[in-house]
Design a protein around this ligand. Structure first.
Ligand SMILES: CC(C)(COP(=O)(O)OP(=O)(O)OC[C@H]1O[C@@H](n2cnc3c(N)ncnc32)[C@H](O)[C@@H]1OP(=O)(O)O)[C@@H](O)C(=O)NCCC(=O)NCCSC(=O)C1=CCCCC1=O
Length: 376
Protein backbone atom coordinates (compact mmCIF):
# COMPACT_ATOMS: atom_id res chain seq x y z
CA UNK A 1 0.00 0.00 0.00
CA UNK A 2 1.47 3.35 -1.03
CA UNK A 3 -0.20 5.94 1.19
CA UNK A 4 1.69 8.75 -0.51
CA UNK A 5 0.39 7.94 -3.98
CA UNK A 6 -1.98 10.96 -4.02
CA UNK A 7 -1.17 14.58 -3.14
CA UNK A 8 -0.69 15.17 0.60
CA UNK A 9 -0.37 18.32 2.67
CA UNK A 10 2.73 18.07 4.80
CA UNK A 11 2.12 20.85 7.35
CA UNK A 12 1.10 19.99 10.92
CA UNK A 13 -2.24 21.63 11.69
CA UNK A 14 -2.93 23.42 14.98
CA UNK A 15 -6.27 22.39 16.46
CA UNK A 16 -6.04 24.54 19.59
CA UNK A 17 -9.02 26.76 20.26
CA UNK A 18 -7.55 28.85 23.09
CA UNK A 19 -4.25 30.58 23.67
CA UNK A 20 -2.98 31.39 27.18
CA UNK A 21 -5.48 34.17 27.94
CA UNK A 22 -7.49 32.19 30.51
CA UNK A 23 -4.48 31.05 32.55
CA UNK A 24 -2.64 33.12 35.10
CA UNK A 25 0.08 33.14 37.72
CA UNK A 26 -1.45 35.17 40.57
CA UNK A 27 -4.38 33.88 42.62
CA UNK A 28 -7.23 33.70 41.90
CA UNK A 29 -6.46 32.00 38.60
CA UNK A 30 -5.98 28.67 36.88
CA UNK A 31 -2.40 27.54 36.28
CA UNK A 32 -1.63 25.36 33.27
CA UNK A 33 1.62 23.42 33.21
CA UNK A 34 3.14 20.62 31.17
CA UNK A 35 5.32 18.19 33.12
CA UNK A 36 7.41 15.41 31.57
CA UNK A 37 6.09 11.86 31.83
CA UNK A 38 8.37 9.73 34.01
CA UNK A 39 8.97 6.03 33.52
CA UNK A 40 8.74 3.51 36.35
CA UNK A 41 12.36 4.25 37.31
CA UNK A 42 11.72 7.98 37.57
CA UNK A 43 13.44 8.90 34.27
CA UNK A 44 11.85 11.61 32.14
CA UNK A 45 10.44 10.33 28.84
CA UNK A 46 11.39 12.73 26.01
CA UNK A 47 8.52 14.42 24.18
CA UNK A 48 5.67 13.15 26.38
CA UNK A 49 3.90 15.16 29.07
CA UNK A 50 1.06 15.34 31.52
CA UNK A 51 -0.95 18.57 31.50
CA UNK A 52 -1.64 20.01 34.94
CA UNK A 53 -4.73 22.15 35.37
CA UNK A 54 -4.32 23.74 38.79
CA UNK A 55 -6.95 25.74 40.67
CA UNK A 56 -5.09 28.58 42.35
CA UNK A 57 -7.19 30.30 45.00
CA UNK A 58 -5.96 28.74 48.24
CA UNK A 59 -7.15 31.52 50.57
CA UNK A 60 -10.72 30.74 49.52
CA UNK A 61 -10.20 26.98 49.52
CA UNK A 62 -9.61 26.92 45.78
CA UNK A 63 -13.19 27.88 45.05
CA UNK A 64 -13.47 28.80 41.38
CA UNK A 65 -14.26 32.35 40.33
CA UNK A 66 -15.98 33.01 37.01
CA UNK A 67 -12.61 33.66 35.36
CA UNK A 68 -11.21 30.41 36.78
CA UNK A 69 -14.07 28.42 35.26
CA UNK A 70 -12.91 29.69 31.87
CA UNK A 71 -9.39 28.56 32.75
CA UNK A 72 -10.52 24.98 33.37
CA UNK A 73 -12.44 24.92 30.08
CA UNK A 74 -9.39 26.28 28.25
CA UNK A 75 -7.10 23.80 30.01
CA UNK A 76 -9.20 20.81 28.96
CA UNK A 77 -9.36 22.06 25.37
CA UNK A 78 -5.62 22.76 25.27
CA UNK A 79 -4.68 19.34 26.64
CA UNK A 80 -7.12 17.66 24.25
CA UNK A 81 -5.49 19.26 21.22
CA UNK A 82 -1.90 18.74 22.39
CA UNK A 83 -0.48 15.57 20.79
CA UNK A 84 2.32 15.33 23.35
CA UNK A 85 -0.04 15.14 26.35
CA UNK A 86 -0.73 11.66 27.75
CA UNK A 87 -3.06 12.60 30.63
CA UNK A 88 -4.50 15.57 32.46
CA UNK A 89 -3.98 16.08 36.18
CA UNK A 90 -6.70 18.25 37.70
CA UNK A 91 -5.60 19.55 41.10
CA UNK A 92 -5.18 22.68 43.20
CA UNK A 93 -2.66 24.70 45.16
CA UNK A 94 -1.81 23.82 48.77
CA UNK A 95 -2.72 21.02 51.13
CA UNK A 96 -6.09 22.21 52.48
CA UNK A 97 -8.51 22.07 49.60
CA UNK A 98 -8.93 20.73 46.10
CA UNK A 99 -11.98 22.93 45.72
CA UNK A 100 -15.02 23.98 47.74
CA UNK A 101 -17.13 24.89 44.74
CA UNK A 102 -18.33 28.20 43.42
CA UNK A 103 -16.85 31.32 44.98
CA UNK A 104 -19.38 32.26 47.65
CA UNK A 105 -18.26 35.89 47.68
CA UNK A 106 -19.09 36.21 43.98
CA UNK A 107 -22.28 34.24 44.57
CA UNK A 108 -23.38 36.51 47.43
CA UNK A 109 -22.18 39.85 46.16
CA UNK A 110 -22.77 39.54 42.42
CA UNK A 111 -24.97 36.63 41.40
CA UNK A 112 -27.53 36.55 44.23
CA UNK A 113 -30.74 38.30 43.15
CA UNK A 114 -29.41 38.36 39.57
CA UNK A 115 -30.83 35.25 37.86
CA UNK A 116 -29.92 36.17 34.30
CA UNK A 117 -26.28 36.74 35.20
CA UNK A 118 -26.12 33.45 37.08
CA UNK A 119 -27.64 31.62 34.11
CA UNK A 120 -24.78 32.96 32.00
CA UNK A 121 -22.36 31.80 34.67
CA UNK A 122 -24.01 28.38 34.60
CA UNK A 123 -23.39 28.18 30.86
CA UNK A 124 -19.70 28.46 31.74
CA UNK A 125 -19.97 26.04 34.67
CA UNK A 126 -21.72 23.47 32.49
CA UNK A 127 -18.99 24.07 29.91
CA UNK A 128 -16.40 23.25 32.58
CA UNK A 129 -18.07 19.92 33.43
CA UNK A 130 -18.46 19.17 29.71
CA UNK A 131 -14.82 20.14 29.16
CA UNK A 132 -13.72 17.54 31.69
CA UNK A 133 -16.12 14.88 30.39
CA UNK A 134 -15.13 15.55 26.77
CA UNK A 135 -11.39 15.93 27.31
CA UNK A 136 -9.58 13.72 24.84
CA UNK A 137 -7.07 12.59 27.46
CA UNK A 138 -7.71 10.65 30.66
CA UNK A 139 -8.39 13.13 33.48
CA UNK A 140 -7.00 12.27 36.91
CA UNK A 141 -8.30 14.20 39.90
CA UNK A 142 -5.39 14.69 42.30
CA UNK A 143 -7.42 15.48 45.39
CA UNK A 144 -4.97 17.57 47.41
CA UNK A 145 -7.53 18.42 50.11
CA UNK A 146 -11.24 18.88 50.72
CA UNK A 147 -13.44 18.26 47.71
CA UNK A 148 -16.72 19.91 48.60
CA UNK A 149 -19.83 21.27 46.82
CA UNK A 150 -19.06 22.21 43.19
CA UNK A 151 -15.52 20.96 43.92
CA UNK A 152 -16.95 17.50 44.43
CA UNK A 153 -18.92 17.87 41.20
CA UNK A 154 -15.99 18.81 38.99
CA UNK A 155 -13.90 16.18 40.78
CA UNK A 156 -16.44 13.51 39.93
CA UNK A 157 -16.46 14.63 36.30
CA UNK A 158 -12.85 13.36 36.18
CA UNK A 159 -12.07 9.73 35.29
CA UNK A 160 -10.06 8.60 38.31
CA UNK A 161 -9.41 10.16 41.72
CA UNK A 162 -6.44 9.70 44.04
CA UNK A 163 -6.60 11.67 47.28
CA UNK A 164 -4.48 12.99 50.08
CA UNK A 165 -5.75 11.13 53.14
CA UNK A 166 -6.53 14.49 54.76
CA UNK A 167 -9.19 15.16 52.13
CA UNK A 168 -12.88 15.18 52.95
CA UNK A 169 -15.74 14.85 50.51
CA UNK A 170 -19.28 16.18 50.58
CA UNK A 171 -21.83 18.72 49.48
CA UNK A 172 -22.73 22.14 50.87
CA UNK A 173 -25.58 23.36 48.65
CA UNK A 174 -28.62 22.41 50.73
CA UNK A 175 -26.98 24.17 53.71
CA UNK A 176 -25.89 27.28 51.80
CA UNK A 177 -28.81 27.76 49.46
CA UNK A 178 -28.17 25.61 46.41
CA UNK A 179 -28.80 22.11 45.13
CA UNK A 180 -25.86 19.90 44.07
CA UNK A 181 -27.05 19.85 40.47
CA UNK A 182 -23.69 20.73 38.98
CA UNK A 183 -23.03 17.02 38.53
CA UNK A 184 -23.45 15.40 41.94
CA UNK A 185 -27.10 14.45 41.52
CA UNK A 186 -26.07 12.77 38.25
CA UNK A 187 -22.74 11.19 39.20
CA UNK A 188 -22.79 10.24 42.89
CA UNK A 189 -24.93 7.14 42.55
CA UNK A 190 -22.65 5.67 39.86
CA UNK A 191 -19.93 5.34 42.52
CA UNK A 192 -21.83 5.04 45.79
CA UNK A 193 -24.93 2.98 46.45
CA UNK A 194 -28.12 4.99 45.86
CA UNK A 195 -28.71 5.05 49.63
CA UNK A 196 -25.20 6.40 50.36
CA UNK A 197 -25.35 8.77 47.39
CA UNK A 198 -28.63 10.23 48.59
CA UNK A 199 -27.34 10.87 52.10
CA UNK A 200 -23.98 12.24 50.98
CA UNK A 201 -25.75 14.52 48.50
CA UNK A 202 -28.30 16.05 50.83
CA UNK A 203 -26.94 15.84 54.38
CA UNK A 204 -23.90 18.11 53.82
CA UNK A 205 -21.97 15.62 55.98
CA UNK A 206 -18.25 15.42 55.15
CA UNK A 207 -16.85 11.91 54.61
CA UNK A 208 -13.18 11.04 54.90
CA UNK A 209 -10.99 9.90 52.01
CA UNK A 210 -10.73 6.42 53.58
CA UNK A 211 -14.50 6.13 53.87
CA UNK A 212 -14.79 7.16 50.22
CA UNK A 213 -12.24 4.52 49.15
CA UNK A 214 -14.26 1.91 51.00
CA UNK A 215 -17.51 3.11 49.45
CA UNK A 216 -16.07 3.31 45.93
CA UNK A 217 -16.02 7.05 45.22
CA UNK A 218 -12.24 7.29 44.82
CA UNK A 219 -9.43 4.86 43.97
CA UNK A 220 -6.94 5.53 46.74
CA UNK A 221 -6.25 7.59 49.86
CA UNK A 222 -2.53 8.28 50.30
CA UNK A 223 -0.79 9.35 53.53
CA UNK A 224 0.67 12.87 53.39
CA UNK A 225 1.63 13.51 57.01
CA UNK A 226 5.16 12.88 58.25
CA UNK A 227 6.20 12.60 61.88
CA UNK A 228 9.92 12.17 62.61
CA UNK A 229 10.52 11.55 58.93
CA UNK A 230 7.97 8.69 58.74
CA UNK A 231 4.65 8.82 56.91
CA UNK A 232 1.61 8.28 59.15
CA UNK A 233 -2.01 7.81 58.15
CA UNK A 234 -4.43 10.62 58.98
CA UNK A 235 -4.81 10.20 62.75
CA UNK A 236 -8.21 11.92 62.71
CA UNK A 237 -9.74 8.93 60.96
CA UNK A 238 -10.13 5.27 62.01
CA UNK A 239 -7.96 3.15 59.68
CA UNK A 240 -6.70 0.35 61.92
CA UNK A 241 -9.94 -1.62 62.18
CA UNK A 242 -12.95 -2.25 60.01
CA UNK A 243 -15.60 -3.27 62.51
CA UNK A 244 -16.29 -2.23 66.09
CA UNK A 245 -19.21 -3.57 68.06
CA UNK A 246 -20.78 -4.86 64.85
CA UNK A 247 -20.63 -1.51 63.04
CA UNK A 248 -18.36 -0.61 60.11
CA UNK A 249 -16.11 2.12 61.51
CA UNK A 250 -13.31 2.22 58.89
CA UNK A 251 -12.95 5.82 57.70
CA UNK A 252 -15.11 7.31 60.45
CA UNK A 253 -13.71 10.20 62.51
CA UNK A 254 -12.01 9.39 65.81
CA UNK A 255 -13.85 11.00 68.71
CA UNK A 256 -13.33 12.40 72.21
CA UNK A 257 -9.85 12.85 73.58
CA UNK A 258 -8.32 10.96 70.64
CA UNK A 259 -9.82 13.55 68.29
CA UNK A 260 -8.21 16.46 70.14
CA UNK A 261 -4.84 14.64 70.15
CA UNK A 262 -5.15 13.83 66.46
CA UNK A 263 -5.95 17.46 65.62
CA UNK A 264 -2.81 18.59 67.41
CA UNK A 265 -0.72 15.94 65.67
CA UNK A 266 -1.99 17.08 62.25
CA UNK A 267 -1.10 20.67 63.16
CA UNK A 268 2.45 19.73 64.12
CA UNK A 269 3.21 17.17 61.42
CA UNK A 270 5.04 17.94 58.20
CA UNK A 271 2.93 17.67 55.03
CA UNK A 272 4.64 15.82 52.19
CA UNK A 273 2.83 14.99 48.95
CA UNK A 274 5.58 12.77 47.52
CA UNK A 275 3.64 9.49 47.98
CA UNK A 276 0.56 11.06 46.41
CA UNK A 277 2.61 12.27 43.47
CA UNK A 278 4.28 8.88 43.08
CA UNK A 279 0.78 7.35 42.73
CA UNK A 280 -0.09 9.97 40.12
CA UNK A 281 3.14 9.20 38.20
CA UNK A 282 2.27 5.48 38.29
CA UNK A 283 -1.13 6.15 36.77
CA UNK A 284 0.34 8.35 34.04
CA UNK A 285 2.93 5.65 33.26
CA UNK A 286 0.19 3.03 33.00
CA UNK A 287 -1.71 5.23 30.53
CA UNK A 288 1.50 5.91 28.59
CA UNK A 289 1.86 2.17 27.96
CA UNK A 290 -1.55 1.78 26.34
CA UNK A 291 -2.74 2.47 22.78
CA UNK A 292 -3.86 6.13 23.03
CA UNK A 293 -6.90 5.84 20.79
CA UNK A 294 -8.10 2.52 22.21
CA UNK A 295 -7.63 3.98 25.68
CA UNK A 296 -9.61 7.10 24.83
CA UNK A 297 -12.41 5.10 23.19
CA UNK A 298 -12.67 3.01 26.37
CA UNK A 299 -12.73 6.10 28.57
CA UNK A 300 -15.26 7.92 26.43
CA UNK A 301 -17.61 4.94 26.48
CA UNK A 302 -17.29 4.66 30.27
CA UNK A 303 -17.97 8.40 30.54
CA UNK A 304 -21.05 8.03 28.40
CA UNK A 305 -22.96 6.59 31.37
CA UNK A 306 -21.99 9.54 33.55
CA UNK A 307 -23.02 11.89 30.75
CA UNK A 308 -26.40 10.22 30.27
CA UNK A 309 -28.20 11.93 33.15
CA UNK A 310 -25.97 15.02 33.09
CA UNK A 311 -26.70 15.75 29.43
CA UNK A 312 -30.38 15.11 29.97
CA UNK A 313 -30.62 17.59 32.85
CA UNK A 314 -27.92 20.25 32.58
CA UNK A 315 -30.00 22.86 30.76
CA UNK A 316 -32.83 22.62 33.26
CA UNK A 317 -30.28 22.99 36.06
CA UNK A 318 -29.07 26.23 34.49
CA UNK A 319 -32.56 27.71 34.54
CA UNK A 320 -33.46 26.49 38.03
CA UNK A 321 -30.18 27.60 39.58
CA UNK A 322 -30.60 31.05 38.04
CA UNK A 323 -34.07 31.44 39.47
CA UNK A 324 -32.96 30.09 42.84
CA UNK A 325 -30.47 32.98 43.07
CA UNK A 326 -33.47 35.20 43.89
CA UNK A 327 -34.61 33.18 46.87
CA UNK A 328 -32.80 30.48 48.86
CA UNK A 329 -29.38 31.15 47.30
CA UNK A 330 -29.76 34.84 48.17
CA UNK A 331 -30.24 33.88 51.80
CA UNK A 332 -27.73 31.04 51.99
CA UNK A 333 -24.77 32.56 50.20
CA UNK A 334 -25.17 35.93 51.90
CA UNK A 335 -25.33 34.17 55.27
CA UNK A 336 -22.09 32.25 54.51
CA UNK A 337 -20.32 35.19 52.99
CA UNK A 338 -21.08 37.56 55.90
CA UNK A 339 -20.21 35.07 58.65
CA UNK A 340 -17.39 37.25 59.95
CA UNK A 341 -19.84 40.15 60.33
CA UNK A 342 -22.61 38.15 61.99
CA UNK A 343 -20.84 35.22 63.67
CA UNK A 344 -23.15 32.74 61.94
CA UNK A 345 -22.64 31.02 58.56
CA UNK A 346 -26.19 29.83 57.91
CA UNK A 347 -29.69 31.27 58.09
CA UNK A 348 -32.10 30.43 60.91
CA UNK A 349 -33.60 27.33 59.25
CA UNK A 350 -36.34 26.90 61.85
CA UNK A 351 -37.54 30.48 61.50
CA UNK A 352 -37.47 30.14 57.70
CA UNK A 353 -39.58 26.97 57.80
CA UNK A 354 -41.98 28.58 60.29
CA UNK A 355 -42.45 31.58 58.02
CA UNK A 356 -43.02 29.35 54.97
CA UNK A 357 -45.55 27.39 57.03
CA UNK A 358 -47.40 30.70 57.45
CA UNK A 359 -47.27 31.22 53.64
CA UNK A 360 -45.05 34.28 54.13
CA UNK A 361 -43.86 35.70 50.78
CA UNK A 362 -40.16 36.24 50.05
CA UNK A 363 -39.77 39.86 51.07
CA UNK A 364 -37.41 42.04 53.09
CA UNK A 365 -39.22 41.15 56.30
CA UNK A 366 -38.55 37.45 55.69
CA UNK A 367 -34.91 38.12 54.82
CA UNK A 368 -34.38 40.16 58.00
CA UNK A 369 -36.12 37.54 60.11
CA UNK A 370 -33.92 34.63 59.01
CA UNK A 371 -30.50 36.25 58.52
CA UNK A 372 -28.34 36.72 61.59
CA UNK A 373 -27.92 40.41 62.48
CA UNK A 374 -24.58 42.17 62.22
CA UNK A 375 -22.52 41.80 65.41
CA UNK A 376 -22.27 44.99 67.51
C1 LIG B 1 -17.22 23.21 54.92
C2 LIG B 1 -16.20 24.15 54.31
C3 LIG B 1 -15.84 23.70 52.92
C4 LIG B 1 -14.92 24.14 55.18
O1 LIG B 1 -15.18 24.67 56.45
P1 LIG B 1 -13.98 25.13 57.40
O2 LIG B 1 -12.93 24.10 57.40
O3 LIG B 1 -14.60 25.53 58.68
O4 LIG B 1 -13.33 26.40 56.67
P2 LIG B 1 -13.91 27.87 56.53
O5 LIG B 1 -13.44 28.71 57.67
O6 LIG B 1 -15.36 27.86 56.25
O7 LIG B 1 -13.17 28.34 55.20
C5 LIG B 1 -11.84 28.85 55.17
C6 LIG B 1 -11.82 30.12 54.34
O8 LIG B 1 -12.13 29.80 52.99
C7 LIG B 1 -13.27 30.54 52.58
N1 LIG B 1 -14.06 29.70 51.67
C8 LIG B 1 -14.34 28.42 51.81
N2 LIG B 1 -15.09 27.98 50.79
C9 LIG B 1 -15.27 29.06 49.99
C10 LIG B 1 -15.95 29.24 48.76
N3 LIG B 1 -16.60 28.24 48.15
N4 LIG B 1 -15.92 30.48 48.21
C11 LIG B 1 -15.27 31.51 48.80
N5 LIG B 1 -14.61 31.39 49.97
C12 LIG B 1 -14.61 30.16 50.55
C13 LIG B 1 -14.04 30.82 53.86
O9 LIG B 1 -14.91 31.90 53.73
C14 LIG B 1 -12.88 31.10 54.81
O10 LIG B 1 -12.40 32.41 54.55
P3 LIG B 1 -12.07 33.42 55.74
O11 LIG B 1 -11.74 34.70 55.06
O12 LIG B 1 -13.32 33.49 56.59
O13 LIG B 1 -10.93 32.78 56.46
C15 LIG B 1 -16.76 25.59 54.28
O14 LIG B 1 -15.72 26.49 53.96
C16 LIG B 1 -17.87 25.77 53.30
O15 LIG B 1 -18.97 25.31 53.52
N6 LIG B 1 -17.58 26.49 52.20
C17 LIG B 1 -18.57 26.93 51.24
C18 LIG B 1 -18.97 25.82 50.34
C19 LIG B 1 -20.04 26.30 49.38
O16 LIG B 1 -21.11 26.70 49.78
N7 LIG B 1 -19.72 26.29 48.08
C20 LIG B 1 -20.60 26.73 47.05
C21 LIG B 1 -21.70 25.72 46.88
S1 LIG B 1 -22.71 25.91 45.47
C22 LIG B 1 -21.74 25.33 44.17
O17 LIG B 1 -20.60 25.09 44.33
C23 LIG B 1 -22.38 25.17 42.86
C24 LIG B 1 -21.70 24.68 41.82
C25 LIG B 1 -22.28 24.62 40.49
C26 LIG B 1 -23.70 24.42 40.48
C27 LIG B 1 -24.34 25.34 41.35
C28 LIG B 1 -23.70 25.49 42.67
O18 LIG B 1 -24.38 25.93 43.55
Amino acid sequence: MDLNKWPRQTDVKNHELFDEQHFGTEAPCVLYEKRPVKDNKGNEVPGLYSAWIILNNPKQYNSYTTEMVKGVIAGCAKASADRSVVAVIFTAVGDKAFCTGGNTVEYAEYYSSNPSEYMQYMDLFNGMVDGLLDCKKPVICRVNGMRVAGGQEIGMACDIAIASDLAIFGQAGPRHGSAPVGGSTDFLHWNLSMENAMWNCVSCEMWSAYKMVNKGLISKAVPVLKVNGEFIRNPQVITDKFVENGEIVYGDPVTGEAAAKAKQLVKEAEVDFSLLDAEIEKLIWTFTNLFPNCLQMSIDMMRQKKKFFWDMNKLAYRHWLGTNMSSEAYLGFNAFSTKRLTGKDTIDFIKYRQLLAEAKPFDQELVDAVMAPRKE
